[in-house]
Design a protein around this ligand. Sequence first.
Ligand SMILES: Nc1ncnc2c1ncn2[C@@H]1O[C@H](COP(=O)(O)OP(=O)(O)O)[C@@H](O)[C@H]1O
Ligand SMILES: [Mg+2]
Length: 336
Amino acid sequence: MIEVSGLTKSFKSFKKEKGIKGTLKSLVSREYTSIDAVKDVSFNIKRGEIIGYIGANGAGKSTTIKMMTGILTPTEGYVNVDGRIPYEERTENARHIGVVFGQKTQLWWDLPLGETYSILKEIYEVPDDFYEEQMKYFDQVFELSTFMDKTVRTLSLGQRMRADLAASMLHNPQVLFLDEPTIGLDVVVKERIRKAIKDMNEKYGTTIVLTTHDMSDIEELCHRIIIIDKGTLLYDGGIDKIRKDYGFERKITFDLRYDSEDEVKESLSSIYQNIDNSTQKNLRFIVQDNQAIINFNRNEISISSIMNFVLHGFNVLDFSVQDMDIEAIVKQIYTK
Ligand SMILES: Nc1ncnc2c1ncn2[C@@H]1O[C@H](COP(=O)(O)OP(=O)(O)O)[C@@H](O)[C@H]1O
Ligand SMILES: [Mg+2]
C-alpha cells in the first residue's frame, strides 16, 4: 500500500554569522548549510496495517508524513502510496488519502463546521447516503452536533481535533495519515479518537500511519512501530519486542516534604544497596527539588512494592505514574 525507499529530505538554511556584520555578509555571500531532516529511510506498509511512526521531537516524523502526502517533494528517494507518487500527483492523491496534522487545522477557519462538511462532501463527491452514514457515526463517536454551528476558529482544541479527524475520514480514504492527532488532549477525547481510528481500520480496512508521543496510543492501536531518530530509521518491527525489551519502563514521581535532601538521598541509597542485584538493575532514582523520581521496570518490580516503601518511609504529598516515554526508549536502544 505504501512504499518508501531511500527517502531523504534536506532543508537548506542560510548561514548567518553573528551581529550586523554577519547579517550584511550573509546578504552578499549566501552561504548556506543543509540539514537532513529525513535520511535514507525505507519501509513498506501493507493494506490494513496501523503503523506507529514514532521518534523524539525533531526526529523527522512530520517531514516524512509531508512527503507521503505530497506536501513536500523528496530531495532523494521515492514514495508510492496506493499506486501513486504523492508529490507528482498531488490532487489525485489527495482524493484517496486523509490527513490530520494535530498542530495545525486543515479546516477553513471562518466557516461554521457544518458547512465545512457540506463543502468537503462536494469536493470529494461523497454519495448522499454514505455522507449521512458517516455524519451519524461521527456524531456518535465525536459528539459533533454539540458544536456543529460554531465556526472552526471558536472550537476548543479537543473539538477542533475531533472535527479535523471527521473531515479526514469523511470520504472514506484508503490511507489515513495522522500526525499527532491526540496532542494536548484529555484522556476522554483521546479515547474517542482512538476508537474512531480503530473503527475505521476494522470497518473499511483503512491503512493508517500514526505519529504520536503518547505510548498509550501506540499500545492500543499498533502492532508494528517504526522508530526514527535524527532522520534515520532506528527500528521497524513488532511492538511486542519493544515492549519486552524496553516497554516496561515506568516512572513514578513522588512529591515529598523533607528538611534535608541529603537525608532522603541517603536513606534511599541504603535501601537500594540492600536489594538484590537484579532488582537494582531494574531501578534508578533521583532526588531533587522536593521530588523523588523512580524509574523502574514494571515487569521486574511491582508498583505496589515501590509505593509501599516510599509511602512508609517518607512524607509523601502527592505522586504520579508516567508511562514509558519514547525519548527513553530511543536512548536505551542506543545504549544496548
Ligand atoms: N521547512 C523547514 N525548513 C527547515 N528545517 C525544517 C523544516 N521543516 C522541518 N525542519 C527541520 O527538520 C527536522 C525534522 O523536523 P520534523 O519532521 O518536523 O520533526 P518531527 O515531526 O519528528 O518533530 C527538524 O530539525 C526541523 O527543525
Ligand atoms: Mg512533527
